[in-house]
Write a protein that binds this ligand. Structure first.
Ligand code: ADP
Length: 334
């Protein structure tokens, strides 16, 4: 099994749901977004109105879905979940919007992947709480206006830049989620270990946190792998050695890089002499979609100082060569 931010077998997902913080107080880190969001929600409560539409952006596994659930919880409102790829026709969106109840929170994951006609319908729904349902075709087509109850849209995207301006502008609040520090991930892990009734030493928490790629979802995944390992080895108290022995079995390296991260760096260094190389060429070289490389691997590699973005393309930083154990050519650009 591959341990990535996007794995999703049913059992893993059930665990993930059980470990989700239920309120802003239990939500670790992201101080700024948390503070701003709590203000938005408090203001809505005082005005007795639905909260402004919220856009959350950031790499996978940083807590966007969790925050949407928390928003609904704090507003005491029901939550409806859908996603951009599931909405291919304006009719799909009309069906969802027309069945919303007053105050409901609608979470649209991967909102940048909605079709254009659906997007245009969403503009009007967000702004005026109204949609035009088109019946008939060609010259005989008529638009029947339909009023919607006020609702709060929470949109999530891996990168706010992927959204068309008019859509971005219709959100009252945009929160950008950052990668977590290892201290914050340790807090996530402590809470999860408690919920899973595991005994783990501080050094073991630190070891798992440092391999978590700045991502709480990965922390929780790795903790589960460590739990499996401990179960099989009859280890009751998990120390740092047990944790690293367990984690060495998966494709996460000491710096938290997973297979995709490493293959991007490896291609960059070995096939393109360290760059600069265009993102789409790099994506083809690793057999991934450009968007995956750009939104899943790249943000972390940039933050780690392993990859650089230049106007002429992506380049491997000296630390990348070092991490892969490769000699940096004298003419490498960085
Ligand atoms: P996203 O929607 O951004 O991909 P999720 O909201 O699904 O990410 O979060 C993935 C998992 O990580 C959840 O199961 C949740 O338990 C955990 N998680 C995310 N953010 C936090 C946080 N700030 N504090 C504690 N756990 C978190």
């Amino acid at each position: 099994e591959r341990v990535t931010a996007s794995g999703s077998e049913p059992e893993e997902r059930a665990i993930e749901a059980a470990l989700r913080p239920k309120n802003l107080h239990d939500f670790v880190g992201q101080q700024r977004v948390r503070g701003q969001l709590s203000l938005v929600l408090e203001a809505a409560r005082i005005r007795e109105r639905t909260a402004d539409h919220v856009l959350l952006s950031g790499p996978p596994g940083l807590g966007k879905t969790t925050l949407a659930m928390i928003i609904a919880g704090e507003m005491n409102a029901p939550l409806r979940i859908s996603s951009g790829p599931a909405i291919q026709h304006a009719g799909d969106l009309a069906a969802i919007l027309s069945s919303l109840t007053e105050g409901e929170v609608l979470f649209l994951d991967e909102i940048h992947r909605m079709s254009r006609p659906a997007e245009e319908m969403l503009y009007m729904a967000m702004e005026d709480f109204r949609v035009d349902i088109v019946v008939g075709k060609g010259a005989g087509a008529t638009a029947i206006p339909l009023a919607l109850p006020p609702f709060t849209l929470v949109g999530a995207t891996t990168r706010a830049g992927l959204l068309p301006g008019p859509l971005r502008d219709r959100f009252g609040f945009t929160g950008h989620l950052e990668f977590y520090s290892t201290d914050e991930l340790e807090l996530v892990l402590r809470r999860s270990a408690m919920l899973m009734d595991m005994r783990v030493s501080s050094a073991a928490f630190a070891e798992i946190a440092s391999r978590s790629r700045g991502t709480p979802r990965i922390s929780n995944r790795l903790l589960r792998r460590v739990r499996d390992w401990a179960l099989v080895h009859g280890t009751e108290q998990i120390d740092a050695r047990a944790a690293s022995a367990a984690l060495d079995m998966y494709e996460v390296d000491a710096r938290g890089l997973d297979r995709l991260d490493r293959s991007v760096l490896h291609a960059l260094c070995t096939k393109f002499g360290g760059g600069p190389v265009g993102l789409s060429t790099l994506a083809i070289a690793v057999g991934e979609e450009t968007e995956t490389v750009e939104t899943v691997a790249e943000p972390f590699l940039v933050r780690e100082g392993l990859l650089g973005r230049t106007p002429r393309g992506r380049i491997a930083m000296p630390a990348a060569w070092e991490h892969l154990g490769l000699a940096m050519p004298a003419d490498a650009i960085f």
